[in-house]
Design a protein. Structure first.
Length: 52
């Protein structure tokens, strides 16, 4: 997964930076990916209950 991300995201971020005219806008792409991973992890993780 990391190899694919390292091969695809830099050119994609470059394309977004050029089209948007700003690099900070392109940094929203990895942010969106991290949010998607966090949401997925939250959905598949079992609920943890602590004894009272």
């Amino acid at each position: 997964m990391a190899i694919i991300g390292g091969a695809i995201f830099p050119p994609l971020m470059g394309l977004v930076a050029v089209r948007a005219g700003a690099v900070p806008v392109a940094m929203l792409l990895p942010l969106a990916c991290f949010v998607a991973i966090a949401v997925y992890a939250r959905q598949i993780s079992p609920e943890v209950t602590h004894p009272a």
